[in-house]
Ligand binder design. Structure first.
Ligand code: C2E
Ligand code: CA
Ligand code: CA
Length: 402
């Protein structure tokens, strides 16, 4: 593979690139000085003189138009060369609005430069990449407006999936799962709208709403449950929280307020989060989780085994529950390895005093195997699919045991 970042040296007077050249690299000056210039009517116009730490040739990282200016070393100069491919992934991954913003800025700058050098003074050329970025950005704005509207007119709902105690076979609690059904009946799956809500920041508001809603529904479920199962342990309620909701301490205060004003005993509330939050900023995560734990709620690590799966963080954070991802459960009876992994995860959790919820149980034999491995709880289509709050009330009344 060719190197995407390397050093290069230029002598005084040496041209690094010329206007009109194909543009493939951007440069950061490590030592020396360069001059950026264009030509107008055969006369050289110096646009800038750049020194150590400064960047040039950067526009080529955003589009592939030819160089609009020339750069010459004024003295002996050493630069770090960054190839286009180094920037492709982050640019592709950037928010569509950001992408449009970058492309518009580059085009405006090029136009201004052309006017200055007198090469052209007219409307901008059609730029298909900018057009594509514009379309994506417009679609994103529409989606965002749709979602905002959906929130305002109550298109978001919570469904609940029972979590079963594998020891007793009874319902032990629920996981709240968000649903978005648009006015025309179109169902948008959470794997689509949650990332959008995270990108647009709407997840913060959605998250507060779902916490409030789930706490209310929990009270109804609990009343019903007590009536039909007076001897069983009280039900817990598990809610997914996005890392973004916990990135500001002030937002944790907002969530704390909702919990304090709610009807449930905080120990019945469980917040599910993924590893990403813990791995990306462990120092902040430690503070945030400490604050949440002080409220008396418990914490679960979701989708365990799919991400970084670094075992070292498990004991660094005050986690109560480990949710084993569906992937392992599906493959448990297919590959000896998956079975061994689940078995080791179960032992690890037990030794760290954490309890385990196995996700995605679709067959009875999976449930039995997981129970044998020491998993206390299970969740999956075999027992029950996520359903509306009304259906949960009916389900409890049917007194199911698995
Ligand atoms: P998750 O937290 O891992 O939730 C479990 C997902 O697995 C749910 O998908 C559930 O319907 C599905 N599932 C449960 N049992 C089975 C099974 O036996 N087989 C199969 N194939 N699937 C099963 P869902 O509801 O589509 O949610 C997808 C993801 O969206 C969730 O994954 C979670 O990451 C996210 N999500 C859902 N609701 C919320 C929310 O309120 N807040 C946040 N931040 N994320 C949410
Ligand atoms: Ca979850
Ligand atoms: Ca999960």
């Amino acid at each position: 593979m060719s190197k995407t970042v390397f050093s290069e040296q230029f002598d005084a007077g040496e041209v690094i690139f010329r206007a009109g050249d194909l543009a493939r690299n951007a440069y950061i000056i490590e030592r020396g000085t360069v001059e950026v210039s264009t030509e107008s009517g055969g006369k050289k116009i110096v646009i800038a003189e750049l020194g150590k730490g400064e960047l040039f040739g950067e526009m080529s990282m955003i589009d592939d138009a030819p160089r609009s200016a020339s750069v010459t070393a004024i003295e002996h100069t050493e630069v770090v060369v960054m190839q286009r491919s180094r920037f492709q992934k982050p640019i592709m991954a950037a928010d569509p609005l950001m992408n449009m913003l970058m492309r518009v800025m580059v085009n405006r700058f090029r136009d201004a430069q052309r006017k200055m050098s007198g090469t052209r003074d007219g409307p901008s050329e059609f730029d298909p990449a900018l057009e594509e970025a514009r379309q994506l950005a417009l679609r994103r704005i529409e989606d965002e407006k749709d979602m905002r509207h959906g929130l305002d007119v109550d298109q978001f709902k919570l469904n609940y999936q029972p979590i079963i105690s594998l020891e007793t076979g009874h319902i032990a609690g629920f996981e709240a799962l968000m649903r978005w059904v648009k006015q025309d009946g179109q169902f948008i799956p959470p794997v689509e709208f949650i990332p959008l809500a995270e990108e647009t920041g709407l997840i913060v508001e959605l998250g507060r709403w779902s916490l409030e809603m789930a706490i209310k529904d929990h009270m109804n479920f609990s009343n019903q449950f007590r009536q039909f199962f007076p001897d069983q342990t009280p039900l817990f309620m598990s809610i997914n929280v996005s890392g973004l909701q916990l990135s500001e301490m002030t937002e944790i205060d907002q969530l704390a307020k909702i919990i304090k004003n709610g009807s449930l005993d905080p120990s019945a509330l469980k917040l599910e989060m993924t590893e990403t939050l813990l791995v990306e900023d462990p120092v902040h995560a430690a503070q945030a989780l400490k604050k949440i734990k002080e409220l008396g709620v418990s914490l679960a690590i979701d989708d365990f085994g799919t991400g970084y799966s670094s075992l070292s963080y498990l004991h660094q954070f005050p986690l109560d529950t480990l949710k084993i991802d569906r992937e392992f459960v599906i493959n448990m009876d297919k590959t000896e390895n998956s079975h061994r992994i689940v078995s080791s995860i179960a032992q690890l959790a037990l030794s760290l005093d954490m309890n385990i919820v196995a996700e995605g149980i679709e067959k009875k034999h999976q449930m039995d195997a997981l129970r044998d491995l020491g998993c206390q709880y299970g969740q999956g289509y075999y027992m029950a699919k996520p359903m509306s709050a009304e259906k949960i009330i009916e389900l409890i009344a049917s007194q199911p045991v698995w």
